[in-house]
Ligand binder design. Structure first.
Ligand code: NAG
Ligand code: NAG
Ligand code: NAG
Ligand code: NAG
Ligand code: NAG
Ligand code: NAG
Ligand code: NAG
Ligand code: NAG
Ligand code: NAG
Ligand code: NAG
Ligand code: NAG
Ligand code: NAG
Length: 464
């Protein structure tokens, strides 16, 4: 008896001394949220570079789009370049995206798009950062003088014609863009001439006019039954709400989807409510985090996914550039999940912890999964009723370990596995099979600064 008592005391003091918190998470299959249609990335600078590197194109496509060899992203946001004045030389490496005027070119971006499709990508959106330079007021595709509106309105028809012509050409090649967003971060005044990437500002009235024109050209070219419009890819959630209000919801605009970036802003539940009311699909279409050598970038990414998925409830979550230029193994100046040298295809890729942090979600919560309630903000639960699989991703963003009491009482579990990414050399590492579920509760001592994915296989679910 004495021996047992001592062991119990040791166990308790062990937990007290190292655990930050004792958390209980109840997973409720009767409280269903959104159904996920996928995870994605934008094809901009990285695709413009790696599409032109035939020696490593397949390797990077595997990392980003293949489910077994990489993240398994199935959503592509394809950048319809405007093209800058050929005499200008101010774009960052990779950002000199060519335009499609006067003729459609089979460029590097298209190569990556094809490689993505071969690996299972199945949802395609087109978007534009800037009209071709010669349609602009400043004569430069990175923006207007002093951040002013930059489309020359003598070209508003030609601009709509240009964007829809690219959509039409792709349709003829067998690729349908389900949505087209004619603008990117239109009202935040980020875009000035001689900048480092394409961009174009619009005030509210011209913006509404652009959407109207593009919708009319989709109709005119018989494209609108397959391709509708998404708006407005604002950089902040709160700005997205005002821009939606400004553009309105006239059916002739063919708006099917709201895209918001989540770099700033707080009104996640409000935007969700607006999308519900107006009957639009909602995407988190862009965000990115400064790279780090340790877990901090991964944890930021995870906290954003949690905040977005739990409060904004988008059906898709799209990272900005999966791969970025970070020569010489540098960190902090780029958003890449993978660091690369854009000027040298033979430099080894730097697969960061944030790549594995993202993979903790993308490889397990697959298209068709139903997100369900889990009553702790640092968790995301989803299940697939056909395959009888329940997934729970838990994030410990504290500097000490947490005890998680995971309540899966509503599920009759047959078996489970877990994967973890942490500072402790774990990169989506399969954990040893040492846990038991007792009375529907799995107790897990979760290390500091880590992300864990539990995959439970079940016989049945108690939906009442
Ligand atoms: C943690 O909380 C659960 C539920 O409240 C409780 O049963 C358990 O004893 C606690 N564990 C520790 C180590 O505090
Ligand atoms: C640029 O725009 C800002 C804000 O409208 C204005 O205050 C400033 O004077 C402008 N600068 C130039 C050089 O036009
Ligand atoms: C429009 O597209 C539909 C289906 O893709 C096709 O059946 C129809 O003939 C097209 N109409 C014109 C005018 O091209
Ligand atoms: C395009 O629209 C037509 C008519 O609604 C539909 O039959 C077809 O399946 C659509 N194609 C795709 C790929 O969505
Ligand atoms: C990377 O290292 C090379 C060789 O040392 C150097 O020439 C180059 O300037 C470095 N690039 C950056 C961006 O630091
Ligand atoms: C490209 O990278 C490889 C591998 O790191 C290196 O050997 C080579 O010198 C680099 N080439 C240039 C031009 O920097
Ligand atoms: C269910 O499993 C089948 C076979 O492994 C797979 O093809 C399908 O995509 C899975 N469904 C989901 C929603 O993951
Ligand atoms: C968890 O989310 C709820 C609902 O959004 C919020 O009220 C609460 O403050 C959040 N708690 C933490 C610790 O972030
Ligand atoms: C953890 O963070 C708290 C609050 O910032 C701090 O007081 C504590 O010293 C930290 N502990 C460790 C082990 O770093
Ligand atoms: C769980 O499912 C198994 C297999 O169908 C069954 O034998 C067992 O009785 C079920 N347990 C509960 C608690 O329903
Ligand atoms: C991670 O692995 C490297 C190489 O095996 C080793 O040098 C390092 O000490 C390990 N770090 C931790 C925190 O285990
Ligand atoms: C799980 O159950 C096995 C067999 O009863 C036991 O040996 C093991 O210690 C248990 N693991 C935990 C973490 O409680």
């Amino acid at each position: 008896m004495a021996g047992i008592k001592i062991r119990l005391l040791l166990t308790v003091s062990f937990f007290l001394s190292i655990a930050n918190a004792n958390r209980t998470v109840f997973i409720d299959p009767n409280d269903a949220w959104q159904v996920i249609e996928g995870w994605g990335t934008s094809l901009c600078w990285w695709a413009n570079v790696f599409g032109g590197f035939p020696d490593v194109r397949n390797q990077v496509a595997d990392l980003v789009f293949d489910l077994n060899k990489g993240l398994g992203l199935n959503i592509i946001r394809y950048n319809i370049g405007g093209g800058d004045n050929p005499s200008h030389h101010h774009m960052r490496i990779g950002a000199d995206v060519p335009g499609f005027w006067p003729s459609i070119i089979i460029g590097p971006l298209m190569q990556i798009k094809n490689a993505a499709k071969e690996r299972g990508a199945d949802i395609f959106e087109a978007f534009s950062n800037s009209p071709p330079y010669w349609m602009t007021n400043s004569g430069c595709s990175s923006g207007g003088q002093n951040f002013s509106d930059n489309l020359n309105f003598n070209y508003d028809d030609l601009h709509a014609d240009y964007l829809t012509e690219v959509v039409k050409w792709y349709k003829e090649q067998g690729l349908i863009f389900r949505t087209l967003d004619p603008v990117n971060e239109p009202t935040v005044r980020h875009w000035s001439d001689y900048g480092s990437q394409e961009g174009c500002s619009y005030s509210c009235d011209p913006l509404s006019n652009i959407i109207k024109k593009v919708a009319a050209y989709l109709d005119k070219k018989n494209l609108s039954e397959n391709t509708t419009i998404s708006i407005a890819d604002e950089s902040t959630i709160d700005q997205e709400i005002s821009t939606i209000g400004c553009i309105g919801n006239d059916p002739e605009l063919h708006i099917s989807q709201y895209n918001t970036h989540t770099y700033w802003g707080t009104q996640r539940t409000q935007l969700y409510d607006i999308s519900k009311q107006n009957g639009k699909r909602l995407w988190m279409s862009e965000v990115g985090f400064s790279s780090s050598k340790d877990m901090s970038s991964s944890l930021q990414l995870s906290e954003e996914i949690l905040n977005d998925m739990r409060n904004l409830k988008p059906v898709a979550w799209v990272y900005w550039q999966a791969i970025e230029h970070a020569p010489n193994g540098t960190y902090g100046n780029d958003y890449g999940l993978v660091g690369a040298d854009f000027s040298n295809s033979t430099t080894p890729l730097d697969i960061r912890l944030s790549f594995y942090g993202f993979a903790q979600y993308t490889k397990f919560i697959r298209p068709g999964y139903q997100i369900i309630s889990s009553n702790d903000n640092d968790t995301l639960a989803a299940y697939d009723a056909d395959n009888k699989t329940l997934v729970l991703v838990c994030t410990n963003n504290n500097n000490m370990s947490d005890i998680w009491n995971i309540d899966v009482f509503k599920f009759n579990i047959s078996s489970f596995i877990a994967f973890r990414t942490s500072n402790n050399n774990e990169t989506l590492t399969l954990l040893p099979n040492i846990w038991n579920i007792t009375d529907g509760i799995l107790t897990y001592l979760c290390p500091a600064y880590s992300i864990t994915t539990w995959v439970f296989f079940y016989y049945s679910v108690d939906r009442l």
